[in-house]
Ligand binder design. Structure first.
Ligand SMILES: [Zn+2]
Length: 167
């Protein structure tokens, strides 16, 4: 996309990875189908590697010229990213007015816009890893005491499990 001018005047830029205002939408009607196709194709890749048919799998799934000496991790990464482009709608939230811009079709350079009731940047596309509890109507929600205890308990069980595996 590069950049998109929002109706409020703000310019939304898609210039690098890890943007807190960008997301990817997969339509529910494509979800099961795409999951099945990916699962089947990656299973075929493992079988192809085991039976010495790796080059044939590459030829079937990539354009001519794709490097046959790519690592298996590189193959899977390239396959998944190409596959995603067929099904995923890029989505942006304006940092000024909170308006959501959703790609009309995968790979299309046109977007529908939706304006939130709160008329502010709600960080709905920001990772929970970086923003903590969700923002609701412009206010950052606090974890309840119950949620905090549940998170601490889960972290404690996880540390214990890891500790047993490492000792
Ligand atoms: Zn805006």
């Amino acid at each position: 996309m590069g950049k998109l001018s929002c109706k409020c005047g703000h310019v939304i830029r898609d210039t690098h990875y890890d943007l807190p205002y960008k997301g990817h939408v997969r339509r529910d009607q494509d979800d099961e189908y795409s999951f099945d196709v990916v699962t089947r194709e990656l299973a075929l890749l493992t079988e192809a590697i085991a039976s010495g048919q790796r080059d044939e799998w590459i030829d079937r799934n990539f354009l001519p010229g794709y490097p046959h000496d790519d690592s298996t991790e590189g193959l899977i990464s390239s396959y998944l990213s190409g596959f995603d482009e067929r099904f995923v709608l890029q989505t942006f939230e304006c940092e000024n007015c909170g308006r959501l811009w959703v790609q009309k079709q995968p790979q299309a350079n046109s977007y529908f816009s939706y304006s939130p009731d709160s008329a502010c940047f709600n960080k709905v596309l920001a990772s929970a890893r970086s923003v903590g509890p969700p923002i609701i109507d412009g206010q950052q929600a606090a974890h309840s005491q119950e949620q905090t205890e549940s998170i601490k308990s889960e972290q404690s069980r996880w540390r214990s499990w890891i500790g047993k595996r490492l000792s």
